[in-house]
Structure formats: C-alpha cells, structure tokens
Write a protein that binds this ligand. Sequence first.
Ligand SMILES: *Cc1c(COP(=O)(O)O)cnc(C)c1O
Length: 405
Amino acid sequence: MDIAKIRADFPILTEQVNGRPVIYLDNAATTQKPRSVLAAVDGYYEHTNANVHRAIHTLGERATAAYEASRARVARFIHAPAPETIVFVRNASEALNLVAYAWGSRLRAGDEIVLTPMEHHSNLIPWQLLCKRSGAVLRFIPLRDDGTLDMERAPIGARTKIVSVTHASNVLGTLTPAAELAARAHAAGAIFMLDAAQSVPHMPVDVQALDCDFLAFSGHKVYGPMGIGVLYGKRALLEEMDPFLGGGEMILEVHLDHATWNDVPWKFEAGTPNVGGAVGLAAALDYLDGLGLPAVAAHERELTEAAVNMLDEIPGVTVYGPRGERGALVSFTVEGIHPHDLSQVLDEESVAVRAGHHCCQPLMRQLGVVATARASFACYNTLEEVEALGAAVRKAQSFFGSVPH
Ligand SMILES: *Cc1c(COP(=O)(O)O)cnc(C)c1O
C-alpha cells in the first residue's frame, strides 16, 4: 500500500493542530473521510436529492435508486445473502436497540441474555432495559486476565435466548471467536448477534460464514459519514419481528385503529432516511475495497504491533489487552498521569488520542482503572506517527515529573 497516496485522499490530514498536521490516532471513535466519500455526498445533494420511495418524478426515482444501490453495496461488503437483509439505521447503537426492542419483545422472565464484560455500553444498556421490561437476566462470559474470553466458562445453555458479543473490543482490542460463539448459541437454540463496529473497518467480515443472526456497525467508523449505520438480520427473523419505530414508509396499509407493515427491510425504516449518508457509506466501502481489506489489515497490524511494543518498553506505561493478534488499537495508562491530562499534553504535540472510559465503565472497573488512553489506527496512519506517540508520552512523563526510576 502506498500510504502517501492514501493520505492524499484525506484532506483533513493536512489540518494544522498546534502548528503541525494532526496525528490522528482516534480512529476507533470515528475515522476521517476520503475525498471520494465527500464527493459522493456532495454529488448526491447536487444532482439527485429528493425524498425516496413515494415520488413519481425523476429525481425521486434517482434518489430511490441511489439509496437502494447503497443497500446492495453494503450487502455485498459483508456477504449478506440479499439487500433486503440490510436495514439502514443511524449507527451501531440504534441497530442494537432495534434488536433489543423488536426481537427482544418475545423474551420472558427467566430467559437469559449472554454478553461479555467488555461490551460497549451500546451492547449492554439496551439489554439491561430489555431485562427490566421482560424479567430476563444478563449472563456474562468471563474475561481472562489477558483480556480474552474464557469460553470454557461461557454460560450458554438451555435458558439462553441470545448471545450478543463484540467482534473486537474497543478498549482491549480483543478479537472474539465469533463463529464459535454463533455455533454455541445455535446449539443451545439461541440466536447470535455480533457488534461489528470495530471489526468491519479492519478485517473482512462475512455474515454467512460466521452465521450471524444479527450484525451491527456504524458508517462513521468505516470512512463513511456520521448518521448512517447498518443492521444485518437474517430475513426470517426480520420478517417475524414487529417494527421498532412507527411512522411513514414502514407501513403497507393504515386505518385509524390499526395498520399493516411494509416488507423487510423498509418495515424498520420509519420516516425519511439518511439517503446522502447511505450514498456516502457505499462510497466508503468502495474506497476500502479499492485499497483491499487484507492489505489494510496487514498495515494496521504492523502499526498496532509497533505501538504495543513501543509502549510496553516505556517504564511506567501499562498496556491493556492481549499481546499478539488484536484489533487496530491500544489502550494504556501512564503511572502518575490521569489519562485526561495525558491526552491534553499529547494534543499539544498534535497527537489526537482518546482518553476516558470508552463507553465501557464495567470493564474499567474490572481493570481497576477509572479511564485509559487509547490510540487507534486506520489505513492512513504511519509508523512515524506511532513514534510521535511514543515521543509525546515520554514528554508528558517529564512534564509531569512522573518518569519512574
Ligand atoms: C463505537 C462503538 C459502538 C457504538 O457506535 P455508535 O456509532 O456510537 O453507535 C458500539 N460498539 C462498539 C464496539 C463500538 O466501538
């Protein structure tokens, strides 16, 4: 991969932060957008924009075609069997909520929902709310000390109705055995949902090979616009579910006291959708496929490994999560420096990292920290930027006088 050429595709990477081009290492929170995505969104609004599905005029037909073509593009990207198995939502959070409400309405007291302790709040809170409504209970697959799942103690059994797990932890970088989890869930008569917010941008994901019943991801973490996300669902499940939100578009026939529903997936897309966002997401997936996901994954693996090794060697730095195979991020703390202060000093060195609980408060508690700093990588990052991170961390240590002896 020609990284210089890739970087030229992202206008924001020349943006000055404290006198230098930004060193953007906050890609797990959101990625930057290549010119082709910006152009696709602009082009949509300049040449195509109209509301979709009901218009009997040319622009309306073009907008509908663009929207549905984007759906087909997403289906192809994750190897979904048909465009109709793709529901456009705002983000991964909405996809997870949709399943917890619409599919979850069948759960009863005593039913069990299996998660892990490293789930993003988006894959925890919707299930907590469902437990309140239904009397179902949460069970957790324990984490080993190295940040991997203890599959031998996975509480998947006769009461399990759904196993919903992140594919790649946004804190630890842990990759979970999705296919094995799906098989275990199915053997117990349960369904399997994969939170792929941190995997779809970084590795090939095949919903059929993994045998996911549902899968969620966000457009903005995969070089697409904010405000567009994806729920994949097996068609039979989507068809037997009631709608999540009501309104225009999702109905077939409406009477004052009752209504019937549109076909899948439109049944789940109440109101005017984010057509420009869907078009931008399709352009983002084109861009990523153009680079080649295996090449992107190899590049990011090199950066992540370099970052983990480098941080491991700085006295006073603790790196969290498994060594070896992991997602494209590294969480760490520096002895004597609160992660918020650290990230502020790094920002002065033009290095953008995230500091906080990363929407994983229970995991922070298990790690025994209130927060961590996190550097996360994308296709456009370089080894020089990893080195700049290391230099900035050392500078912060001398600034705070916290260099361990
Ligand atoms: C970011 C993230 C989410 C939520 O994504 P939103 O775009 O904020 O809805 C869910 N799960 C994981 C693992 C994430 O990293």
